[in-house]
Design a protein around this ligand. Structure first.
Ligand code: NAD
Ligand code: MG
Length: 395
C-alpha cells in the first residue's frame, strides 16, 4: 500500500442519513481517514455507539444535559473522547487546526454557523446542508472567496453537475456550458391526483420512491421545494444565471443531473441512487475510492424517462425561482418559512398543500433586506420564522 497522509474528518450531523452514509464510506478506508469529531442533536445512544466504533477526539451534542447523557453512556470504557456541547462546540470541531475535512450534514439553518466556521477556517468542506448555502448566499460566497476553502457538493445533483464540468472550471461561459439540467424524481406524489394531495400524511410524504433520507428533506422532495432549494444552490455553486438552469423530472433517479455544452454535447452523471457515491467522490476528489455502491446495471434498469415539471402541482418550484430573482434576503425568507411549514406539517398541524401557501404568504409580506453579513442573515431568518408562525396561527 502506498503511503499517504491520513485525512482528519469532522462529521457534523453524524447520526443523520448523510452522516451514517459518510461513516460507512470512511470505515472502508481506515488508512486514508481518521475521525476527528462526531456530532448529533438527539439519538445520543446512537452517537455513543459511533464513538465506541470510531473513537473520535471530540463528540458534540446540543445541550449540557445531552452531554451528561453521553458521558454516562461512555463511562467505564477506555475512550478518551472529549464531549462538547452547543453551537460553540460545533464551530470548534469544524474549524480546529487539526481538521482537514468537514462533512456539513446538519439539517436546516442550524448548520449555518458551523458550516461557515469550516469555510472561514479554509477547510475542505463537503456540503450536504444546502439550507446553509441557500439562506446565506452572498455571505457564504464571500467567506469562500476570502478563505480559499474548497467546497465540494454532496447533493447528488450538484455533485453530478460538478462531475460533468471540467475541473477547475473558471466560469460556465469559458467552459462552453449552455445550460444545466437539474433532475428530480418528482417525489412520491408526482402522479397522485391533485385533489387528493391535501390529505397526505407525514409518513406518506416521507416514503420516497428512490431515496432513503431524513424527514425534512423527504417532505421537501414531496413538495419539490427540495428542487427549488437545489435550483438556488446550483445558481450559487456554479455562478449560473437562473435562466441557465432547467428542472427536468426523471422518475428513476439514475441520471443525477446533466450539463449541456455549446457544441450539442450533453454530459450526464449516472449511478444507483445511493448517497455514498457523491460522498466518496467528494471525500477522495480528485481520486476515486470504493463507496460500497454497486455499479449501475443499465440493462436491468431498462428505461430512463424525462418529463417537464408540473408547476401547478408543485408551486414551491415557482416560489424558489421568484426568490432567487428577487435576491437579497428573499431566499433566506423562503428557506425559513419552509422549515417552519414543514415542521408544522410533520407535527400534523398543517395540511400538505398548505406548506406552499404558508411560504408564499411569508415571502410576500417579509421585508426584503440586503445580506451584508451573518447578522443580517440571522435577523432575516428569525423575522421570517416569526412571520411564518403568525401565518400558521392565522390559518
Ligand atoms: P437527518 O435528519 O437524517 O440528519 C440530520 C442530522 O443533523 C442529525 O445528525 C441531527 O442530530 C443533526 N441535527 C439536526 N438538528 C440539529 C441542530 N439544531 N443542531 C445540531 N445538529 C442538528 O437529515 P439528512 O437527510 O441526513 O440531511 C442532512 C442534510 O443533507 C440536509 O441539509 C439535507 O437537505 C442534505 N441532503 C440530504 C440527502 C439525503 O439523501 N439524506 C441528500 C442530499 C442533501
Ligand atoms: Mg438532491
Amino acid at each position: 500500500m502506498q503511503s499517504m497522509q491520513q485525512q482528519s474528518v469532522t462529521v457534523l450531523g453524524s447520526t443523520g442519513s448523510i452522516g451514517v452514509s459518510t461513516l460507512d464510506v470512511l470505515a472502508r478506508h481506515p488508512q486514508r481517514y481518521s475521525i476527528y469529531a462526531l456530532t448529533a442533536r438527539e439519538r445520543i445512544a446512537e452517537l455513543a455507539q459511533q464513538c465506541r466504533r470510531f473513537a473520535p477526539k471530540f463528540a458534540v451534542v446540543a445541550s449540557e444535559s445531552k452531554a451528561a447523557e453521553l458521558r454516562e453512556l461512555l463511562a467505564g470504557g477506555d475512550l478518551s473522547t472529549e464531549i462538547l456541547w452547543g453551537v460553540e462546540g460545533l464551530c470548534q470541531v469544524a474549524s480546529d487546526a487539526a481538521v482537514d475535512t468537514v462533512m456539513a450534514a446538519i439539517v436546516g439553518a442550524a448548520g449555518l454557523r458551523p458550516t461557515l466556521a469550516a469555510v472561514a477556517a479554509g477547510k475542505k468542506v463537503l456540503l450536504a446542508n444546502k439550507e446553509a448555502l441557500v439562506m446565506a448566499g452572498p455571505v457564504f460566497q464571500r467567506a469562500l472567496a476570502v478563505s480559499g476553502a474548497q467546497l465540494l457538493p454532496i447533493d447528488s445533483e450538484h455533485n453530478a453537475i460538478f462531475q460533468c464540468l471540467p475541473q477547475p472550471c473558471a466560469s460556465l461561459e469559458s467552459a462552453g456550458v449552455e445550460k444545466i439540467l437539474l433532475t428530480g424524481s418528482g417525489g412520491p406524489f408526482r402522479a397522485r391526483a391533485v385533489s387528493e394531495l391535501h390529505r397526505v400524511t407525514p409518513d406518506e410524504a416521507c416514503a420516497h420512491p428512490n431515496w432513503s433520507m431524513g424527514r425534512k428533506i423527504s417532505v421537501d422532495s414531496a413538495t419539490m421545494m427540495n428542487k427549488g432549494l437545489e435550483f438556488i444552490e446550483a445558481c450559487l455553486l456554479f455562478n449560473a444565471r437562473p435562466e441557465q438552469i432547467e428542472v427536468v423530472v426523471h422518475p428513476q433517479s439514475i441520471v443525477h443531473s446533466m450539463v449541456q455544452y455549446r457544441d450539442g454535447s450533453l454530459l450526464a452523471q449516472m449511478g444507483n441512487p445511493d448517497m455514498r457515491t457523491p460522498i466518496a467522490h467528494a471525500l477522495a476528489f480528485p481520486e476515486r475510492i470504493d463507496s460500497g455502491v454497486a455499479g449501475l446495471d443499465l440493462i436491468a434498469q431498462g428505461r430512463l424517462d424525462f418529463e417537464a415539471p408540473d408547476v401547478q402541482r408543485f408551486p414551491c418550484l415557482r416560489l424558489a425561482r421568484e426568490a432567487m430573482d428577487a435576491g437579497g434576503s428573499a431566499p433566506t425568507v423562503l428557506n425559513a418559512a419552509n422549515e417552519v411549514a414543514v415542521e408544522a406539517f410533520l407535527q400534523g398541524r398543517l395540511a400538505f398543500t398548505s406548506i406552499a401557501a404558508v411560504i408564499e404568504r411569508v415571502v410576500k409580506s417579509a421585508q426584503a433586506v440586503e445580506l451584508t453579513g451573518l447578522d443580517a442573515v440571522e435577523t432575516a431568518d428569525r423575522n421570517a420564522r416569526q412571520l411564518a408562525q403568525r401565518v400558521l396561527g392565522a390559518l
